[in-house]
Design a protein around this ligand. Structure first.
Ligand code: ANZ
Length: 806
């Protein structure tokens, strides 16, 4: 037989067996209607079975609808939901809409459509698009964060945090996006640009509401260890939290009553601290500026404030700074050391002050060189080269001289009456937004600007519709007379003003997964018993880009509510899996402007929902980015046609053994989210069954295994086989371990008709694998010389004969 390419082989088999295409339009519509009508995937809170919660990151209902990239995660979680359901668990798999936020508002400004009108339309369209993919969502639990029934509880969450001191106001520098005209959280700033519009961020001083996530820094860090999450995502969170252990040391200032505290991770180098550096925003800095330096320092501070944080810390070469005119005393050796101001010291980390050790810190070294400051080596540098940042024997360090630098930090700290200390890079979460399309913050103010919290029973504070919401930098709600009316009750409490900022939408998404347990409750954010039935989430599927945003916020809110006794668990998502992005066929991110967007509706129309689903699972490892390839869909569709060709059944027993191997493989692959290798195994098995036939019993098993991936086809075939119940009322098949041992054959290897060796193979090993193995045999290699691609003839399981050129 001639060697055929996979493609030729496909069409050969199709031709030979007259494989008919199935009518996907009819079949897709039939079963989608059936599932919806029978509420097939709506799940009860209480069941005899064990509950299991499979969650997708909910959708942002943009006006553009879905592109083929979106369903990758959704199909993946759908496979998991179906699988665990078939395994006998009571599975909840909900979907909802993260509907507040800037994109909707910006789109509204552009198109002149009010978000209260556009969002429900977009949600309707999204819902339809998700339904034609055959996704098994419990639509009875769908939520929309922009309706009062939901944001009432977002406001309640705010008030709970406020009452416990975890929501507070502070005047501070905030990231200001000059284009979107709003404050952004640190997590929304990427490379000093707005992660939505790309504009360069400027620092602005504003009174803002903050959530005290820093109170939970240690728990957020230690909690990661017990989570089944991708290691890379855990590492991103660890770095974001940024724990440092070191010491707090105090420096007396000459001729001043005040002292300066610094945080250092290298107390062992204290004898080498030859100057101090303060951040330009250091509180009390003025006192240390001598008269003759006032002008110069004042100018420097003004200039530093115009720079962004990134510019300040990345300006490696040009370490600018000025001398204050004051001196401090190094507590270790009593030396008089100058106090400088420099913008590489950050005001909001530790104390905003650094003891500079130029011999052993790169930044300090460059600074000292530039400004001609004293450099004293205190850790012996092996090659004598400075700066030396490693460890070694102490020198120039008084009674500590000769000791190992690794061991003296605590001793030196004690000697100078410092204390051990831990610092975190994590900052509190700024949640105030000067925009319209978000949940109002439930607060009034009295005439002294002190907040008066709105009573829980007066919630929600309704977001009015009739508001001019074009961004001006001032909160649009300021201009709404309707919104700013103060009820008598609050007037009596002294209220003269209402909070007009709205909440960051990440607040809405920091607790939505709890609401699914009890989405229609109007007395509580969710009933405790129901929460306990479902949470924590067993498997969460979503994008890796949320590592230090949403995924951190959701953990924080969970921990806060847990501390208050409102939740009985302290981690929201036990397992997490990321789906990779699907790029355009040009390898670039899909976007309208690049013209490389593929619309799933068109793909479904041409090839059917199951072809799209299986393709998305087959295209590459689940967590990896891959480019779209329409030709790939064709191959997948042919595979499905082949499965379809198994009814009516032409019974044969040959595949009855092979199916056990398939059950084991598919089970493991699904549990490990190795969906692409699962599909390859289906394809291999199907090719075998096309050649050798399949019994009805085995076909029934195949259909159940395939149903999570291709639910429409599976339902229709299940029905055609005469089964009365939905395929999803079946049980996940079990394999018989005894049937897994594959039969072995010995294949003789010849080169030009002469026997050169033998190999032992699993009977029916794919031909190209046999060829590969045979070519690795040493004697065969020798006789084939350098031929990479020799012609050969294969008699399955018996002989392979290579035809060498000479
Ligand atoms: C003296 C020293 C000597 C330091 C040495 C390092 C090496 P991490 O690990 O990131 O926490 N530092 C302290 N506060 C700072 C601030 N507000 N802005 C900028 N830098 C600050 O870094 C801790 C180190 O960063 C501290 O240890 C301090 O410099 C500096 F050979 O103290 B070190």
């Amino acid at each position: 037989m001639l060697k055929l390419t996979m493609r030729q082989e496909n069409s050969y088999l199709m031709e030979k067996l007259k494989i008919k295409k199935y009518d996907h339009k009819k079949i897709d519509a039939k079963w989608q209607k059936f599932w919806l009508k029978n509420k097939a995937f709506e799940v009860k809170n209480v069941s005899k079975k064990e509950n299991f919660y499979v969650l997708d990151m909910f959708a942002y209902p943009s006006g553009e609808g879905l592109h083929v990239g979106h369903p990758r995660g959704y199909v993946g979680s759908d496979v998991l939901a179906h699988y665990y359901h078939l395994k006998g668990l009571n599975v909840m798999h909900p979907m909802g809409f993260d509907a507040f936020g800037l994109p909707a508002e910006n789109a509204a400004i552009k198109a002149g459509l009010h978000p209260m009108e556009s969002i429900p339309k977009n949600i309707e369209r999204f819902t339809k698009q998700l339904q034609v993919l055959g996704l098994a969502y419990d639509w009875g639990r769908a939520i929309n964060t922009s309706v009062p029934e939901y944001y009432k509880w977002t406001q309640w969450l705010f008030s709970v945090l406020y009452k416990n001191g975890w929501a507070y106001q502070k005047e501070s520098y905030v990231n200001w996006c000059p284009k979107d005209k709003t404050v952004l959280a640190n997590e929304q700033v990427v490379n000093n640009c707005c992660d939505r519009c790309g504009a360069t961020i400027v620092q602005k001083k504003k009174k803002q509401w903050f959530f005290k996530i820093t109170d939970f820094a240690e728990e957020l860090l230690s909690g990661l260890d017990k989570l089944d999450w991708p290691e890379s995502t855990k590492e991103l969170q660890r770095n974001w939290i940024g724990k440092s252990t070191g010491a707090e040391l105090t420096f007396e200032v000459i001729d001043h009553k005040k002292t300066i505290k610094v945080f250092t991770t290298r107390a062992d180098t204290l004898f080498g601290a030859t100057y101090l550096v303060l951040a330009p925003e250091y509180e009390g800095l003025k006192e240390f500026i001598s008269k003759d330096k006032a002008k110069e320092v004042g100018k420097y501070i003004k200039l530093a404030k115009q720079k962004t944080e990134l510019e300040r810390i990345s300006d490696e070469k040009n370490k600018s700074g000025v001398f204050t005119g004051s001196y401090a005393i190094n507590p270790a050796n009593g030396e008089k050391i100058p106090i400088w101001v420099a913008d590489y010291v950050l005001a909001n980390y530790a104390f905003g002050a650094v003891m500079a050790v130029p011999a052993h810190d790169k930044r300090d070294y460059e600074f000292a060189k530039k400004h001609k400051l004293l450099i004293v080596e205190v850790v012996s540098s092996p090659g004598g080269k400075l700066p030396y940042t490693g460890h070694g024997k102490l020198v120039n360090s008084g009674k500590f001289g000769g000791k190992d630098s690794n061991r003296v930090a605590n001793l030196i700290t004690k000697e100078v009456k410092g204390k051990l200390s831990t610092k975190y890079k994590l900052r509190d979460w700024s949640i105030s937004r000067q925009r319209y399309w978000g949940s109002p913050i439930p607060v009034f103010y009295d005439e002294n600007d002190q907040p008066i919290l709105v009573d829980e029973k007066d919630l929600p504070i309704i977001l009015p519709k009739n508001v001019e919401f074009k961004p001006t930098g001032e909160s649009p709600l300021v201009g709404s007379r309707e919104f700013n009316k103060i009820p008598e009750k609050y007037k009596k409490l002294g209220a003269v003003k209402k909070e007009c900022d709205t909440m960051d939408t990440f607040v809405c998404s920091s607790w939505y997964f709890i609401r699914y347990a009890d989405p229609h409750n109007n007395k509580k954010f969710a009933d405790t018993k129901k929460i306990d039935k479902w949470l924590p989430v067993n498997i969460y599927v979503g994008g890796a880009e949320h590592a230090t945003g949403h995924l951190l916020y959701a953990r924080f809110i969970t921990k806060a509510l847990h501390k208050l006794g409102l939740l009985n668990f302290d981690e929201p998502f036990l397992s997490l899996r990321h789906q990779g992005m699907i790029l355009g066929d040009d390898g670039k991110k899909m976007s309208k402007s690049k013209g490389n967007v593929v619309n799933p509706d068109e793909i479904i129309e041409a090839w059917g929902a199951d072809a799209l689903r299986v393709y998305e699972m087959f295209v590459g490892p689940f967590d990896q980015w891959v480019a779209w390839d329409t030709a790939g869909i064709e191959g997948v569709r042919k595979f499905l046609n082949r499965v379809w060709s198994f009814v009516p059944v032409k019974s044969a027993l040959a595949t009855d053994e092979a199916i056990h191997k398939l059950i084991k493989k598919i089970t493991l692959d699904i549990e490990n989210t190795h969906f692409n290798t699962a599909i390859s195994s289906f394809m291999e098995f199907t090719n075998l069954a096309v050649k050798k036939g399949i019994s009805k019993k085995t076909l029934n098993i195949l259909i159940i295994l395939l149903s999570p991936f291709a639910p429409h086809l599976a339902e229709e075939m299940n029905y055609k086989l005469g089964n009365k119940k939905s395929v999803f009322e079946s049980q996940w098949p079990k394999y018989d371990p005894k049937k897994l041992q594959s039969k072995k054959s010995t294949v003789a290897i010849q080169v030009n008709g002469k026997l050169r060796g033998t190999i032992e193979i699993d009977t029916d090993l794919a031909e190209n694998r046999v060829k590969e193995l045979a070519m690795k045999v040493e004697a065969v290699q020798r006789h084939l010389a350098d031929e990479k691609n020799p012609k050969y003839h294969y008699v399955p399981n018996k002989i392979i004969n290579f035809i060498a050129k000479k």
